[in-house]
Design a protein around this ligand. Sequence first.
Ligand SMILES: Cc1ncc(COP(=O)(O)O)c(C=O)c1O
Length: 424
Amino acid sequence: MRGRDVIPGCTQTGSKAPKQWVQEVAPTHLEKGKGCRVWDVDGNEYVDYPMALGPVILGHNYPAVREAVARQLQDGTMFSMPHPLQVEVAELIVDSVPCAEMVRFGKNGNDATTLAAKLARAHTDRNVIATQGYHGWPDIWTAATEMDRGVPDAVGRMTESFEYDNIESLETIFEDNPGEVAAVVTTPMNLQKPTDDFLERVRELAREEGALLVFDEVLTGFRYALGGAQEYFDVEPDIACFAKGMANGFPISAIAGREDVMRLLERDDVYFSETYAGEAMSLAAAKACIETIREEDVVDHLWRQGETLIEGYNDIAAEFGLSDYTTCEGFGPRSSIQFYDTDGEMNRLAKSLFMQECLQRGILFSGSQLPSYSHDDETVEHTLAVYREAMAELADAIDAGDIESRLNGPPAGTTLRQRTGEHD
Ligand SMILES: Cc1ncc(COP(=O)(O)O)c(C=O)c1O
């Protein structure tokens, strides 16, 4: 692969690396997409389920977004003063998202999550960030993971991890760091729903302790509901971060929240500035995308198609007696197919064989299912038919005890998100 000579890891995004797929079976580069389908450089067609890891919520090359971007392209993309679209998109977010009183834009999810931590520190004059979930590559987040090489120890001492749906693990951080926690930064939902009013209790605890509550809605925003998981669960954070799903794949993110906190950015000593934030093409894409989600049946569609895939998959696993080995977890807008070995650990070989069988039948299977508005009934039905064939092969291989020898290339690896317990 030529790319390996000039690009470390041959990717810009961990989960898109060739090593995350069954090598020599999976394509390495995709060059075209339309609706729920993509084409590799050899012209092979696939039904896409990772959908670029979530951003492409309406479908590839979705007409309303393409046309809005094409119109903007005629008029230019970057200017020496803000473009008026920034106000329109900010207003759309304020109208759609419960916690949003003011909005700033960035380019990546981690711009928003890292800025949220900085604003919380500035607002509270405290340093410690209590965190759960994946929030991006910056030091503040990777300090709490096994990928902390290159991160100064001092940064690590300011980041404390807790577990989703485990309020005691968050209480311990407050007990160990009295008066020091600036923010609780959490994904509102992973592959499990919260139990025992977890989100309400996190909300309450943060308020009692004088810390800000930040919801990282990079993945849940505009997907579980127009107003994100905070609308779905009716729990309002102080600050929320958005990116995937807001512009159908164009590079834009947003941090939105309480006016008093957001206005800290007007101070001379609180700095956030990016040359490309507020670039007009992505703002045009965001406007068209959010308006489409607001005006059409997008969110219900994602729930419906996703739930059909989850139920269909789990029925097929049961049919082959493999429910202990593999399950589809999560909820309609985002689910993940997991493979386990007999002691409950992730089974990369079983996943790789299933992936191989799906790829050979034209399904771009990574385990993640992030359906878009373009995944129609016929495609979902076809996908389940392919899943049944792949499951038959897996069942046969488990019986024969020869999964590895059926693989036509090295097995798929794992991502940081999976290694930190999020399994997808
Ligand atoms: C929940 C969540 N937060 C933050 C990020 C980081 O976003 P980005 O990769 O755009 O910086 C991601 C990306 O996968 C994410 O899923």
